[in-house]
Structures are given as structure tokens and as C-alpha cells.
Design a protein around this ligand. Structure first.
Ligand code: GN1
Ligand code: MG
Length: 368
């Protein structure tokens, strides 16, 4: 990740920050955007902000992304405020406008930059460590969905159309295998076969949605465990971040991605596949936390597909990593050759682990 201190200094001057930038460092989080933590001197004290460069290759409609984020964070903030919730600016992201009052700064029709208040006293983890953390993650994303049930002002922008359209993701994967533009299909034969065998599951949620059997909701769509900020002292989930894909979706996409990222003790690109496993105690706490917050509005059909959604979304993201590997690593940032294939293998191992436990997982949910 290029660290352009001078560029950041110039960028920072476009935002409504009252102070001098002292220094900044890259925050190595996520596969898509570039994120920096910047320290300012403000009235004699040190204050931190997040500056982030949006990936324009991925987000074709930056204005739409930022419009959504301003609406969503504003609504959450207002609701928490009306409940007299303390610590507001640690619980909902605060967008710092530009000096012209816009939500983002466009750098010479090239890069898109936005700025947030840095949330202090929290940490994120790439892998889950304790069931208590899983409970917090489930609760936080459930509460996030719950807070957005009454968002006024019409439908949000679909920042990435068909983002979780698993069937279309599968079609893209098939095309990538056929084209084999980088002659990599031969290296990924077991993974390709694994995926082909599971085509049948790809239509379950999208079809139920198009038939009106599952409602559209406002969802986060990228509920990775590292997008939940946990208080360093209490361990409480404070703030949900990475709001670029908050848009109309299915509640199950969010729960599914939590299962993918909050039940295995391993990293997303773990090389020792024997360590990759869906841990039931984590799942139980995750489901408990999520349903405590979202159980009141979920329909019967949504609840019936809770365990399935974990398998589906883990499969879908594995498929996306595999597609990107076959296409020459054009979407996800990679840090080593074969990185996307490694990520795919980890996801598919987790799919297998979920398949073995799916009945027991759903049984637990049914009893909640
Ligand atoms: C990307 O930006 P990041 O790392 O949180 C991706 C998600 C994937 C995830 C896999 C916009 O999220 O959909 O699940 O990688 N985000 C986008 O780690 O494609
Ligand atoms: Mg993301």
C-alpha cells in the first residue's frame, strides 16, 4: 500500500478538520480501499481521523456510496441520541465533510477521499478468539439491521448491484473457468470441482427473494468480524465500520458472512487447512447475539435458513476468491502469489465443516 505523506497532507486540507496534521500511517485492513490513520494537533491536543481512498474500480458510484453512508450513520446517530445512549461518536461513524460541505473530496477527477472521526479505545480482530466476542458481533450486526428498519427517505442506492447474487457469482465463476485467461484452471482443479458440485445451493436465497418469500431489508453486506470495533476495556461491540455496501439486501447475507468470519479460529487465508473449522460454541453465541437483536423482525423463513446462510455465503466468497484467482487477481488486493487460491481453499474447507454440522446448527437456532 503506497504511503504518500505529502499527498495526505494536501488531501487533509480539503476536510473540515481544525488542526495541523502531524503524521499518518496506513491501516492494513480490508482488501479493497486504502485506509490511513492521521494524527492532528487540534487546540493543543492530539486528535485522530481516518482518511480513506475509495477503490473506484470496485465502487463505480462514489456519490451513491457516500449518500448512503451519510443517511445511515445520521439515522443511527439520531436514534441513539433519542435513547440517550452515551458515547455516540464511538458507536456510529461520523463523516467529516469537506470544506465545501460535501461528503467526499474528489482529487482532480481521479481519487475519491473521505474522512471519519477515529474511534479511540477499540480494537478489531482478524480472527475470533472467544465466544463472548462472537456474541458481541452477532448482537452488533443484529442491532445494526434493527436500527435501519425505519430508515426514512426511500430505498438506498445499490452501490454494487447483485453483490450477493450467488447465482450470478456462480455464472461469473463458470465464465472464468472457460476463459482461463491466466492458464490457472489446471492449478485449481479440486477447487473448481468442489464448486461445480454445489451449484444447486446458489439459487436458494435469490429465488426466495425474487418470489417474495424473503423480504428485502437494509443490510450491511460485509459483516466480517474485523468490521466490528470492540471496546478494549469492556469487550463490548461499539461501532460497525466498512459501510460501503450498506444497501438493500437480505438479512441472511449478513448472518452468513458472520458465520464465515466469526466461527473459525483461523484467518481468512489460513494455509493449514486442518485448523479451519466451524466451532459450534462460537456459532451458538453468534446466533444468540444476532437473534436477540434481530429475532423480533425476522420472518419464519429467514430463521429457517440461518444455518444454511452460513454455508451459502462462505461458499459464495470462496467462489469469488477462486474467480479472482482464475482472472488474474484483478479485484481483491493480494500479498503473495496464489493468495486468492489460498483464501478460496480456506473458505471451501469451512463450507465442508459447516455441511457436517448444518443440521445441528439449525436445531440450535430453532430452539432459541
Ligand atoms: C472485501 O473490504 P473488505 O476486505 O472488508 C469484499 C467483501 C468480501 C471480503 C472478503 C466490496 O471486503 O465482499 O467478503 O473482502 N468487499 C467488497 O474478505 O467486495
Ligand atoms: Mg468491506
Amino acid at each position: 500500500m503506497p504511503y504518500l505523506e505529502n499527498e495526505l497532507k494536501t488531501i487533509s486540507r480539503h476536510f473540515q478538520i481544525y488542526g495541523e496534521i502531524l503524521h499518518a500511517e496506513p491501516l492494513k485492513i480490508g482488501h479493497i480501499n486504502e485506509t490511513y490513520t492521521a494524527t492532528y494537533d487540534q487546540g493543543g491536543t492530539r486528535v485522530r481521523y481516518i482518511h480513506q481512498k475509495l477503490n473506484r474500480n470496485v465502487f463505480k458510484n462514489p456519490a451513491g456510496v457516500m449518500k448512503n453512508i451519510v443517511r445511515v450513520t445520521g439515522h443511527i446517530r439520531k436514534t441513539l441520541e433519542s435513547r440517550n445512549t452515551p458515547d455516540l461518536t464511538r458507536r456510529a461513524l461520523v463523516v467529516i465533510p469537506t470544506r465545501d460541505g460535501a461528503a467526499y473530496h474528489e482529487n482532480g477527477h481521479k481519487d475519491i477521499w473521505r474522512t471519519f472521526v477515529y474511534v479511540e479505545g477499540v480494537q478489531t480482530h482478524e480472527a475470533v478468539q472467544t465466544p463472548a466476542q462472537a456474541l458481541q458481533a452477532g448482537k452488533a450486526f443484529g442491532e445494526f439491521q434493527n436500527l435501519l428498519v425505519d430508515l426514512p427517505g426511500g430505498r438506498l442506492v445499490e452501490t454494487i448491484p447483485d453483490f450477493h447474487h450467488t447465482r450470478k457469482r456462480f455464472e461469473n465463476f463458470q465464465k472464468a473457468v472457460q476463459t482461463d485467461s491466466h492458464n490457472r484452471a489446471a492449478n485449481a482443479r479440486p477447487e473448481i470441482d468442489f464448486a461445480l458440485k454445489r451449484q444447486a445451493i446458489t439459487g436458494v436465497v435469490v429465488d426466495a427473494m425474487s418470489q417474495g418469500k424473503i423480504p428485502e431489508r437494509i443490510t450491511h453486506n460485509d459483516t466480517k468480524f474485523n468490521n466490528v470495533m470492540l471496546d478494549v476495556v469492556t469487550g463490548e461491540a461499539m461501532c460497525i465500520v466498512d459501510l460501503d455496501t450498506v444497501m438493500p439486501g437480505c438479512a441472511l447475507y449478513d448472518f452468513g458472512d458472520m458465520v464465515r468470519t466469526t466461527t473459525s479460529p483461523t484467518l481468512e487465508d489460513e494455509l493449514d487447512l486442518s485448523k479451519v473449522t466451524m466451532q459450534m460454541p462460537m456459532f451458538k453465541m453468534l446466533a444468540k447475539g444476532y437473534l436477540a437483536a434481530a429475532g423480533s423482525f425476522l420472518t419464519k423463513r429467514e430463521k429457517e435458513l440461518i444455518a444454511f446462510s452460513g454455508k451459502l455465503i462462505t461458499f459464495e466468497i470462496g467462489l469469488r476468491f477462486l474467480t479472482d484467482y482464475l482472472s488474474g487477481d484483478v479485484y481483491f488486493r493480494t500479498h503473495r502469489p496464489g493468495h486468492n487460491l489460498d483464501r478460496c481453499r480456506t473458505q471451501f474447507k469451512l463450507v465442508e465443516s459447516i455441511e457436517k454440522q448444518e443440521v445441528a446448527m439449525q436445531k440450535f437456532v430453532d430452539k432459541l
